[in-house]
Ligand binder design. Structure first.
Ligand code: GRF
Length: 199
């Protein structure tokens, strides 16, 4: 029996997939933290009756992210999650926060890292000439999309596929894979980084 807190900034389709999938298990989504008070993910949290909080990186906090992170830590200390899952969280966590929750923060990225880290990964995958594209779930370290890989899933490019179609297939893959990896981590089935690789 384990718990996960989710950090997200936008749409929240991964957040919802995780909540719906874990609802049938012994594991709990204990809360959502969002850095945009108008983000659709907050509406999803309300509908799903998941505790949620909006933290502000605005104005003063933009130059001093430690203030926003102080709020984040306050919520995390209240919820005491076993795992923290970033799901479309568009901020970079400070090395101090990453160290504080070392090995317990994971992220999902819509490319086969180390290809296309950072923003617009799906568009860049689409524009590339790779025969396969995919997703990566990895531990968060101090870099941008650089931490140790937990799992990658790939799909073959389809002839004549539009960007929207590829994007939908990538999201479907995310929604199927991220909840599964979270459940496995909380089950304690993925106990060592060396065992995580699953091409
Ligand atoms: C996903 O593609 C995820 O890989 C990336 O941001 C997107 C979030 O989508 N990090 P959503 O908010 O979960 O719908």
């Amino acid at each position: 029996m384990g718990s996960v807190a989710i950090l997200a900034s936008g749409n929240g389709s991964n957040f919802q997939a995780i909540c719906e999938s874990l609802a049938g298990t012994l594991h709990d989504v204990v809360g959502l933290i969002c850095d945009r008070k108008d983000a659709p993910v907050l509406e999803r949290a309300k509908r799903l009756q998941i505790p949620h909080a909006a933290v502000s990186y605005g104005r003063g906090n933009r130059k001093h992210p430690e203030k926003a992170e102080y709020e984040i830590i306050r919520h995390l200390e209240r919820w005491r999650p076993d795992l923290i899952a970033l799901a479309g969280f568009m901020r970079i966590l400070s090395p101090e926060l990453v160290a504080q929750y070392s090995g317990r923060i994971i992220n999902i990225h819509p490319s086969l890292l180390p290809k296309y880290p950072g923003l617009h990964a799906i568009e860049r995958s689409y524009a590339g000439d790779d025969e396969v594209v995919g997703i990566t779930i990895h531990f968060v370290d101090d870099g941008v999309d650089t931490g140790p890989v937990i799992r990658q899933k790939s799909i073959a490019r389809a002839d004549g596929e539009t960007l929207d179609e590829l994007e939908s297939r990538i999201h479907e893959l995310e929604h199927a894979t991220y909840p599964q990896v979270i459940a496995e981590l909380l089950d304690g089935k993925l106990a060592a980084i060396g065992k995580f690789r699953d091409p």
